[in-house]
Design a protein around this ligand. Structure first.
Ligand code: 3H9
Length: 687
C-alpha cells in the first residue's frame, strides 16, 4: 500500500505532503509517513521543510477511530518532537481546518502560514479529551496562557484572522497556498531565519489566578466533565515545569481521559451524529431537489426561530400570518432576537442586518406560489394543520416540499389532506429553533426518497443535526419523554419533593430537571393534551394528578410566576413553595399513597431506564434507524449529558443485563403496565 505521506525536494525546500482523505486524520500510516519523511529531510540537501496537505483540509486531528484500541507506534508526540528537533526551518501551510493533532502538527513546526479562509482549533475537549501531542504545553508558550485556555476549554476553532492576532499564525497566503508557502519558505532560507522551537520558549507573563477562576467557570459551563479540568491542570503545569515534564503530565492525563468512560461516550456521539445523517435504505444516486426559498406558516416563537435558521444560512424566507397585527408581532420578535444576538456578540451588526433582510412577511398564501419548501409552524391543532395543507396543495408549485413542524401529530394524516403526499414530510425543530441543533426529520408513509434526502442535506446546510424518525405519537424524542415525566411525577406523589427529583437528575448530568422543564414549557401544555383524551387513555392518574391540580389553580409554570415552584418575577429564580407540598400530600392521601423516602439513585434509574426501555421499542419498531440516533436526539435536543453518550449508550455502559434486571425489579414493584421490559431489551439481556 502506498504511503499517505509523500516527500520531495523542490529547490531548497523538502516538501512533505499528507494525502489521507477525507480529512487527513493522523492514522498510523500517516504518523509513520511523517516520521520517514522527516528522516529523509534530516539527511538531504533541503534547507527548509514544508508540511502541506492535499484535499479539502489540513490535518483534522488524530484518527479518532484508533482511540480505544491499543496505541500503534510511532506515537504522535514522538513524531512532533522529531519535527520540532529538525535543525532547519519547518513551515506548516494550513488550508481548511487545522484541528487537534492537526493544529499540534503546526505547533511542532517552526513557522505557520495559512489561507485567509483557514481555521485552527483544539476541539479535543468535545471528545472528552485534551490535546495530547504537546498542545497543552506549546500553545501557552506561543499564544499566552489565557488564549490557550480559552481555545482548549471551549474547543471552538478560531478564524485565521484571530490566530494571526494571537501570534498562532505568522503569515497569510493569498492565492495558491502551495506556491505561496514555497516562496515564503525560500524567503526564510534566504534570510537565514532561525529555527524557532516553541518548546524552548518561556510561557509569557500571566495572572496565576486565572487557573482557579477557569476551574470554577468550567465546572459550571461543562458540569460533570473531567476533560476541561485536566486541560487547566496541564496548562498550569506548563507554567510550572520544563517542557519535557509538562509533556509527561499531559501524556498521563490524556491516557486517563482516553481510557475513561466520558471520552468513550463523547466519541460515540461524534460518530453517531455523522451516522444519523445517513439513511440506510436511500439509493446513493437519489437526486436532491433544490431549495432556494422557504415559506413558513405561523410567525410565533417557533416560526420566527425557524425563519432565522434559514436566513442565517442565506436562504430567503417568507413568513405567513393570518393578519397584519400577528405578522408585525412575529417580525418584531425576530428583530428582537437578532438584536439580542448582536448584543451577545454572536453576530456582527452588518451580518445580522443581512440575515434579517432575507425575512419578509405576508398575509397572503399566494406569496408561497414559487417557494421550494413550506414549513407549517402553527399550534398543535390537527384540523387546522390539515386545512393549511389542503390550502398549500392549491397554491404551491409542483415539486415544492410541504413540511409540518408538528411535535406529536400523525404526519401521514396531514399528508392525506393533500393530493401530493409524496411531497409531505415532518421537520420537527426544537425551541428556540434558531439555537437548538436538533432536527427530527419525520418520514411519513408516502414521503418520496428525494424529499427525504433533500431535507437531511438541508438540515446540515442550516447547521442542524438531523435525525430521521418514523411516524408515531411524539416521534423519537417526545415519545420517550412520556415515561420520563411519568416517573418524575410518580416519584413526587410517592414521597420525593419536586426539588429532590430535579436535583437528583441535574446532579446526574441533565441540563435541567424534569419539573423545572415542565414549568418552563408550561404545565397547561400537558394538561390540555390530556383533556383532549378520553380518561382511559390518559395513563396512570397518579402520574398527572398533581400537575392537573396545579394547572387548575392557574399555576401554569414560569409564565404565571408559579408551577411546581414559585418564580421571582425579576430574576426568574425558582424557590420551593410549601403550597405545592400541601397539594402533593393531599393528592397522595386521596390515592391512599403512604409517602416514603425515595433514594436519589431510584429516581435516576426510574427516569433514565424509562427512557431506555421506550428507546428499545423505538428501535425495534424501526421508528429510529439505530440506537445511536436516539442518543443524538437526546444529546442535541433534550439536555442529556453528552459525557454519558445518550440514553442508549449509557445503558450499554451500565450493562444491558443490569438495566434489564432493574426494569424487571420496577415491574415487580410498580406494575407491568409501565414497566414491561421491551422485547429488544429482553433479547439483548438474555442473548
Ligand atoms: C486529537 O487530535 C487528539 C490529539 O490531540 C492527541 C492524540 C495523541 N478521525 O465531519 P465530517 C470522518 S482528537 C477519524 O462529516 P465535515 C468522519 O467520521 C481529534 N475520522 O466532514 C466522516 O466519516 P464518514 C481532534 C474522522 O466536512 C468523515 O471524516 N479533531 C475524523 O463536515 C467526514 O467528516 C477533531 O475533533 C478524525 N479526526 O467536517 C476534528 N474527523 O464520512 C473532528 C472526521 O464515514 N472532525 N472524520 O461519516 C471534524 O470536526 C470535522 O470532521 C471536520 C470536517 C471539521 C474536520
Amino acid at each position: 500500500m502506498s504511503s499517505p505521506v509523500h516527500y520531495a525536494l523542490e529547490g531548497n525546500i523538502g516538501v512533505i505532503t499528507v494525502d489521507n482523505p477525507p480529512v487527513n486524520a493522523l492514522s498510523q500510516p500517516v504518523r509513520e509517513g511523517l516520521f520517514d519523511a522527516i528522516a529523509e529531510a534530516e539527511g538531504d540537501a533541503s534547507k527548509a521543510v514544508l508540511i502541506i496537505c492535499e484535499g479539502r483540509t489540513f490535518i483534522a486531528g488524530a484518527d479518532i477511530t484508533e482511540f480505544g484500541k491499543p496505541p500503534a507506534e510511532p506515537w504522535l508526540p514522538a513524531v512532533f518532537d522529531r519535527i520540532e528537533a529538525l535543525d532547519k526551518p519547518v513551515v506548516a501551510a494550513i488550508h481548511g481546518t487545522a484541528l487537534g493533532g492537526g493544529f499540534e502538527t503546526t505547533l511542532a513546526a517552526h513557522y505557520r502560514c495559512a489561507v485567509p479562509t483557514a481555521k485552527v482549533g483544539l476541539p479535543e475537549v468535545k471528545l472528552g479529551l485534551l490535546p495530547g501531542a504537546g498542545g497543552t504545553q506549546r500553545l501557552p508558550r506561543l499564544g499566552g496562557v489565557e488564549a490557550a485556555l480559552e481555545l482548549m476549554t471551549s474547543g471552538s476553532p478560531i478564524p485565521v484572522s484571530r490566530a494571526l492576532e494571537l501570534g498562532l499564525v505568522d503569515q497569510i497566503i493569498e492565492g495558491d497556498l502551495r506556491e505561496g508557502a514555497l516562496a515564503w519558505a525560500e524567503e526564510l532560507v534566504a534570510k537565514h531565519a532561525p529555527v524557532l522551537r516553541i518548546s524552548e520558549q518561556a510561557v509569557p507573563e500571566h495572572d496565576a489566578a486565572v487557573f482557579d477562576r477557569l476551574r470554577g467557570m468550567a465546572a459550571k459551563r461543562a458540569r460533570g466533565q473531567i476533560a476541561p479540568q485536566s486541560i487547566i491542570d496541564c496548562v498550569e503545569a506548563a507554567t510550572q515545569m520544563p517542557f519535557i515534564e509538562g509533556s509527561r503530565v499531559e501524556r498521563e492525563k490524556f491516557m486517563q481521559l482516553m481510557q475513561g468512560p466520558q471520552s468513550a461516550a463523547m466519541r460515540h456521539l461524534f460518530f453517531a451524529e455523522r451516522q444519523a445523517a445517513k439513511i440506510d435504505d436511500l439509493p446513493k444516486d437519489t437526486v436532491k431537489r433544490s431549495v432556494e426559498s422557504v415559506g413558513i406558516i405561523g410567525s410565533g416563537t417557533m416560526g420566527g426561530g425557524i425563519a432565522m435558521s434559514f436566513a442565517n444560512a442565506g436562504i430567503p424566507v417568507t413568513l405567513i400570518e393570518i393578519n397584519d397585527e400577528a405578522l408585525q408581532r412575529g417580525l418584531s420578535i425576530v428583530d428582537r432576537n437578532y438584536a439580542g444576538s448582536v448584543k451577545r456578540g454572536k453576530l456582527s451588526e452588518g451580518r445580522a442586518e443581512k440575515c434579517r433582510a432575507l425575512i419578509s412577511g405576508s398575509t397572503d398564501y399566494d406569496s408561497l406560489a414559487d417557494v421550494d419548501l413550506v414549513i407549517e409552524a402553527v399550534f398543535e391543532d390537527p384540523d387546522l394543520k390539515k386545512t393549511i395543507f389542503a390550502r398549500l396543495d392549491n397554491v404551491c408549485k409542483p415539486g415544492a416540499i410541504l413540511a409540518t413542524n408538528t411535535s406529536y401529530q400523525d404526519v401521514d394524516e396531514i399528508a392525506a389532506a393533500t393530493e401530493r403526499p409524496q411531497d409531505v414530510i415532518g421537520l420537527h425543530f426544537f425551541s428556540p429553533a434558531n439555537i437548538m441543533k436538533l432536527l427530527e426529520v419525520v418520514r411519513a408513509d408516502k414521503t418520496a426518497n428525494d424529499v427525504l434526502a433533500t431535507c437531511m442535506a438541508l438540515a446540515r446546510k442550516i447547521s442542524k443535526v438531523p435525525v430521521m424518525s418514523g411516524v408515531c405519537y411524539g416521534f423519537i424524542g417526545n415519545r420517550m419523554l412520556q415515561p420520563y415525566f411519568r416517573e418524575a411525577q410518580l416519584c413526587v406523589i410517592e414521597g420525593a419533593t419536586p426539588e429532590q427529583v430535579d436535583n437528583a437528575m441535574e446532579s446526574w448530568g441533565m441540563a435541567m430537571g424534569p419539573l423545572r422543564v415542565a414549568d418552563l414549557a408550561g404545565i397547561d401544555v400537558g394538561y390540555k393534551a390530556r383533556q383532549a383524551l378520553p380518561e382511559e387513555q390518559r395513563g396512570d392518574p397518579r402520574s398527572y394528578r398533581v400537575a392537573d391540580v396545579l394547572a387548575e389553580m392557574g399555576r401554569l409554570g414560569q409564565k404565571t410566576g408559579a408551577g411546581f415552584y414559585r418564580y421571582d418575577p425579576d430574576t426568574r429564580k425558582h424557590a420551593n413553595d410549601p403550597l405545592v407540598l400541601e397539594v402533593i400530600e393531599r393528592e397522595a392521601a386521596a390515592f391512599g399513597i403512604e409517602r416514603r423516602e425515595i433514594p436519589d439513585e431510584e429516581i435516576v434509574d426510574r427516569l433514565v431506564y424509562g427512557l431506555v426501555n421506550e428507546g428499545m421499542r423505538i428501535v425495534e419498531e424501526g421508528i429510529a434507524q439505530r440506537p445511536g440516533d436516539i442518543d443524538v436526539v437526546y444529546a442535541f435536543g433534550y439536555g442529556f449529558p453528552v459525557w454519558r453518550g445518550g440514553p442508549m449508550h449509557y445503558a450499554d455502559s451500565v450493562g444491558i443485563k443490569r438495566v434489564y434486571e432493574r426494569v424487571c425489579e420496577f415491574r415487580d414493584r410498580f406494575g407491568a403496565e409501565a414497566w414491561t421490559p421491551a422485547p429488544l431489551l429482553v433479547q439483548l439481556a438474555t442473548e
